[in-house]
Write a protein that binds this ligand. Structure first.
Ligand SMILES: NC(=O)c1ccc[n+]([C@@H]2O[C@H](COP(=O)([O-])OP(=O)(O)OC[C@H]3O[C@@H](n4cnc5c(N)ncnc54)[C@H](OP(=O)(O)O)[C@@H]3O)[C@@H](O)[C@H]2O)c1
Length: 217
């Protein structure tokens, strides 16, 4: 995020915040996960691929008996997802879409052959989604935004770690998406997170926080 807390600007084009070195670090974190999740808003706004890019990391995953790419996961209430989005058209691992019950029939027809659409109730409950992923053998899930999804996972206390990268500029536009919406976060002034790591990446800073109550001692 920018120093003033934004994760994009308000233009239709995606704002590239990270540096090449930080993208490579993210690639390394991805390679250590079983699945990657973004919200439907990010699929629509950014059209991300969400692949492991480094050939060496892909080979190492294959050597461990894992697919080179991560399982891709998204969630939607409205069901407005395009089968031509790169989320669906790239990568060899399964794509899972957790949808609110009403959206399931239409979405399952539209995504037939490109993704599995799972009825996750109405409203979609994240613990239900996470339990289903666990049943599928997903132990480590990377959540890569955007604002709505960050807010849900963090306010519901469902993340173990927060990797926050601060880029050295301002966005300064109140219409741009922030890192999180307002909400009630378990990690408040009386229950702060534990800072486990600070790493300089050129002029960027990575702050790695531990969020579980047990990590706070
Ligand atoms: N800088 C970064 O690292 C970074 C990373 C990712 C994204 N971003 C930015 O974040 C922005 C997008 O953020 P966003 O808040 O619009 O989108 P988002 O968080 O990616 O997705 C929000 C959408 O996810 C679905 N959703 C979330 N919680 C749900 C639930 N419990 N049940 C059912 N569906 C649920 C809904 O989809 P439906 O609307 O389909 O119902 C909701 O509109 C973009 O500007 C993007 O560039 C930045």
């Amino acid at each position: 995020m920018s120093v003033d807390g934004y994760i994009d600007d308000a233009s239709p084009e995606r704002l590239r915040l990270s540096s090449p070195a930080d993208f490579d670090r993210v690639d390394g974190v991805r390679a250590g996960c079983d699945a990657i999740l973004v919200g439907a808003g990010t699929v629509r706004a950014d059209d991300p691929r969400l692949l492991v890019r480094s050939p060496v990391r892909r080979e190492r995953r294959a050597a461990r008996g894992l697919p080179p790419d991560l399982v891709k996961v998204t969630l939607t209430a409205r069901g407005d997802l395009d089968p031509q989005a790169r989320f669906f058209t790239t990568g060899s691992a399964p794509k899972l879409v957790y949808a609110a019950s009403d959206a399931v029939p239409g979405l399952a027809a539209r995504l037939d052959g490109v993704a599995e659409v799972i009825d996750a109730g109405d409203p979609v409950e994240l613990p239900v989604l996470l339990a289903d992923l666990a049943r599928r053998g997903i132990r480590r899930l990377m959540v890569e935004g955007g604002t709505g999804v960050h807010t849900r996972f963090l306010t519901e206390g469902l993340a173990d770690e927060l990797h926050l990268v601060i880029v050295p500029f301002f966005v300064g536009d109140p219409l741009a998406p922030r890192f999180v919406h307002s909400g009630v976060f378990p990690q408040d002034s009386r229950h702060p997170m534990r800072l486990a790591e600070v790493t300089r990446i050129g002029d960027l800073t990575l702050l790695r926080y531990l969020l579980r109550a047990s990590d706070r001692g």
